[in-house]
Design a protein around this ligand. Structure first.
Ligand SMILES: *Cc1c(COP(=O)(O)O)cnc(C)c1O
Length: 707
């Protein structure tokens, strides 16, 4: 019999708990102070709690029974009788999909993500787990994590990075057939760099992570994968080789033969070359046949229409790094370089991993319908003989893993009205029609609770920050909980225009400080540590929130991450998204807000361009693209003010005798009914299985001998 301590430890070892509020609650109830100090990380909670306290709390809050129940549920979850994947993804059962990404955002306590891309990858693994789709994640373990944002008194962002203690994370050494931890080597200029392979479990899915702190490495190489997106282009190409080449080697060493390699962004594109190199070396395939086979097994997703988001390695840097792969492929170096060049014959031109992937894959896709259009035009020059609509890039619109983001209060309400197992049918539109029958007062009741909780968190965080900076605390009652509360949180970069609402300060003042119809605004977001213009935007918005007119109405919350995000998504009344169209590939934060009964206010960009139906939220403008940024920003600011003044605010404040804004809640119901079944991770993963994974698996198996 396991002791309680051992049982709790077992629970921590599968990240299933990240989307099971009742399991997280077990660790919270052990000791709420330890829980928060441990950043809600169950592994650390168990480390820090004393046996005496554990024993005491076990009786007080019935930990033993709850732990047994959770372990039983986890066991059942891991041993399903049937899953969607068994029925629909049979071809992947013996040889899974390998999902490569430079970052994975699974929980705030595992700092190997920076933003949207990582969180999408985390949600993808969780969706695949739910559906029982055979898939394994491959990434890097950044042992100094991603940075924490700390603002100074001038609202300038400082980036703090701390070593990640491996024993604080629910990760184990990944063992090879000989029972020893797998290590992989990758040839880099002048040496081989080694990585230890770790694994963790995300429900039914394994996530394989490479850790460069191997004893055989120089100190410099140990630091190779210390930071996500840290360092210069040289470090970047070496990290990408570690991920793409090392990742595939790690799978092989673990006895995993993928049928499909799903590359997310160009960061892992070297996996294509490694697949082919291995086949040339191992099975004596002819190089171009091996490359064709690698391509037919590859699915590539591009996630950004912003030019700077695509790595461009200078020719000499790429050549220096591609020699071992070219040798292994038995191809001249310039042929291999040509694979990543816009014009293969253009010697001296840079090497783009995105180009390597786009030209050598079975399926390529953008992440929303509009992004598909934009990507086809952006990469048209790679297929000069085709018309733009024949460019072979499709789209699969992103979705979010609802159990990870949904408040438990709203989940309970939906269980009552949609059925206890409603999440199993989340992709069915007919299920969501039942939402219209819920009494608006019931929904409103819950929204008020969620909003109150979120506002308390925001106030506490703000006062902590002000105290640290030696600035005066907020007024006793800032952020009136009755006021319409709009959130804006995302990476701070110029194209997302976090300062759009500050275009006309008098108009903003009149909007937020209207005595009858006040508005709260909550901002959060980080800039990349090396992004000066992004940091300047944070400073601009931060300093404006300190303006006496806005001090207790507009708040900038420090260190946007999964924890802050989850609270904001659950608590806000509405979510603001005003990028310069068409630069937002998809956006997912708005989906998380919609699932939690908030309304989306957005430019018709990314997912909103295909989601908005005129009544399920708000559109800023009509999807115009103007001649210049200045004109576009000016027109969009005007459209945004008018929308807020004439539609959003009046709808919210049209409340009945009991203070319920019935029409606002009707819009929430319409929004959930029309959007929830589409923009979730189950639908996204199903689309990938049907349209990308199965075609690639079948194509690849036609060419490959069985293992
Ligand atoms: C969902 C999420 C994102 C991505 O949202 P966008 O709408 O693409 O900006 C970024 N950061 C966090 C913490 C998130 O939860």
């Amino acid at each position: 019999m396991d002791t309680l301590q051992q049982k709790l430890r077992k629970l921590t070892r599968n990240l299933w708990w990240t989307w099971r509020p009742e399991v997280r609650a077990i660790f919270r109830d052990l000791d709420i102070d330890i829980y928060h100090k441990a950043h809600r990380n169950p592994v650390r909670v168990l480390k820090e709690i004393t046996p005496a306290l554990l024993e005491k709390r076990a009786d007080e809050v019935d930990i033993a029974t709850r732990t047994d129940r959770a372990l039983r549920q986890l066991h059942d979850y891991l041993n399903p009788l049937t899953t969607w994947g068994m029925v629909h993804a049979g071809a992947l059962q013996s040889r899974p999909v390998a999902y490569f990404c430079a970052e994975f955002g699974i929980h705030e306590s595992i700092p190997i993500y920076s933003g949207g891309l990582g969180i999408l990858a985390g949600d993808h693994l969780k969706g695949a787990s739910n559906l029982g789709v055979p898939l394994v994640g491959v990434g890097l373990l950044y042992h100094r994590g991603y940075t924490t944002q700390m603002l100074d008194a001038t609202y300038w962002q400082h980036d703090v990075s701390e070593p990640v203690e491996l024993s604080d994370l629910p990760m184990e050494p990944a063992l090879g057939p000989d029972g020893r931890q797998v290590r992989v080597g990758v040839e880099l200029p002048g040496r081989t760099v080694w990585a230890k392979v770790l694994e963790c479990h995300v429900g039914r899915i394994r996530l394989i992570l490479l850790d460069s702190r191997d004893d055989a490495n120089s100190d410099e190489d140990k630091a190779l994968a210390a930071n996500l997106y840290g360092g210069d282009t040289r470090m970047r190409i070496q990290q990408e080789l570690l991920l793409g080449v090392g990742g595939l080697r790690a799978l092989r060493a673990l006895g995993i033969t993928p049928s499909v390699v799903h590359l997310n962004e160009g960061h892992s594109a070297f996996a294509i070359l490694e697949w082919a190199r291995h086949r040339v070396q191992q099975d004596s395939l002819e190089p171009w046949a091996a490359l064709a086979e690698a391509a037919s097994a590859t699915v590539f997703t591009t996630h950004t229409p912003v030019e700077a988001g695509h790595d461009k390695f200078p020719a000499n840097l790429a050549e220096e790094h591609l020699v071992p792969l070219a040798d292994g492929l038995r191809l001249p170096l310039h042929d291999v370089m040509g694979l990543g060049r816009t014009n293969p014959g253009d010697l001296g031109s840079p090497f783009l991993p995105t180009v390597l992937a786009l030209k050598n894959c079975r399926r390529a896709n953008g992440v929303s319908a509009l992004h598909g259009v934009v990507a086809r035009s952006m990469w048209h020059h790679l297929w000069p003989n085709r018309s733009v609509h024949e460019v072979p890039i499709g789209h699969v619109t992103n979705g979010v893993h609802v159990p990870s983001w949904l408040s438990s209060e709203l989940n309970t309400l939906l269980q009552t009205h949609l059925g206890v197992n409603w999440m199993d049918g989340i992709v069915r539109p007919d299920l969501w029609t039942k939402i219209a029958a819920i009494d608006p007062a019931e929904i409103w009741e819950i929204k008020k609770v969620l909003k109150g909780r979120m506002l308390k968190l925001v106030r506490d965080r703000q006062n902590q920050m002000l105290a640290r900076l030696g600035l005066p605390q907020l007024e006793p009652q800032p952020l009136d909980p009755e006021a319409l509360t709009i959130g804006f949180a995302r990476r701070f970069v110029p194209y997302k225009r976090p300062d759009l609402l500050f275009t006309d300060l008098d108009r903003l003042d009149a909007l937020v400080n209207n005595p009858e119809r006040p508005v709260n605004l909550i901002f959060a977001g980080r800039a990349h540590p090396a992004d000066g213009p992004g940091k300047a935007l944070i400073q601009k918005v931060g300093q404006l929130t300190a303006d006496p007119r806005f001090r207790n109405r507009i708040i900038f919350v420090e260190n946007y991450n999964i924890h802050i995000g989850r609270n904001l998504y659950q608590g806000v009344d509405a979510w603001l998204n005003n990028p310069r169209r068409p630069l937002e590939a998809c956006g997912t934060s708005g989906m998380k807000v919609v699932m939690n009964g908030g309304l989306h206010i957005s430019v018709l960009d990314g997912w909103w361009a295909e989601a908005f139906d005129g009544e399920n939220g708000f559109a800023i403008g009509n999807g115009e693209i103007h001649v210049s940024n200045e004109v576009q920003d000016k027109r969009d600011a005007e459209a945004l003010y008018r929308l807020l003044e004439e539609q959003v605010v009046p709808l919210y404040y049209r409340q009945d005798a009991n203070g319920v804004p019935r029409q606002w809640v009707h819009a929430i119901q319409r929004s959930m009914r029309t959007l929830a079944w589409r923009f979730n991770a189950d639908r996204m993963v199903m689309d990938y299985v049907r349209h990308c994974y199965l075609p690639a698996a079948v194509a690849a198996s036609c060419q490959m001998p069985t293992p």
